[in-house]
Design a protein around this ligand. Structure first.
Ligand SMILES: [Zn+2]
Ligand SMILES: [Zn+2]
Length: 166
């Protein structure tokens, strides 16, 4: 377990080098998470700052080709060490304060949670991905085709991309 413990006054940096299984991430390939999480206990609370990069191979949601997606993820959280979770009223008021049950926080788990939240729903191989031709199916990043598509409005082209998705 990659953990930050309840050690007042001690600030620690924990290197993160984790794999999230493709199944767990609901993605095509495993996700490699690397970076570091820094944490320190002050006034009984654990402050955590994480900077990690997640890498995996996914199909572009526009042209469907597989590409290496790199997602930088930064997070910043505060935890209370408590035996019992706060009531829902308190949670609403202090939703930014998490709770550590026991004496240690598993920062690898925390990093995984943030990585999964940060993944884009519609990853694009590049911002201006031209997508597949809706008429002949040619990957328009690789070769232009001669089909007449009706309009060249970029926003409409994006909508077409989304419709191509399975
Ligand atoms: Zn693409
Ligand atoms: Zn075409």
């Amino acid at each position: 377990m990659t953990a930050l413990r309840r050690q007042p006054g001690v600030s620690r940096t924990v290197p993160i080098d984790e794999l999230i299984a493709a199944d767990e991430a609901l993605l095509e390939a495993d996700v490699h998470v690397s970076g570091e999480v820094r944490g320190g206990v002050e006034n009984g609370r654990l402050s955590v700052i994480g900077i990690v990069t997640a890498e995996t191979t996914v199909p572009c949601s526009c042209c469907l080709s597989m590409f290496l997606l790199r997602v930088p993820v930064a997070f910043d959280e505060v935890f209370d060490f408590q035996a019992a979770p706060a009531t829902s009223g308190e949670l609403a008021a202090q939703h930014f304060v998490g709770t550590v049950t026991g004496e240690a926080l598993d920062v690898a788990d925390l990093a995984r949670e943030h990585v999964l939240l940060a993944f884009p729903d519609q990853p694009l191989c590049r911002e201006d991905c031209a997508g597949l031709c809706p008429v002949c199916g040619t990957n328009r990043n690789e070769s232009p085709c001669r089909c007449t598509i009706g309009d060249d409005d970029g926003r409409l082209a994006k909508l077409k991309c989304i419709r191509i998705q399975p």
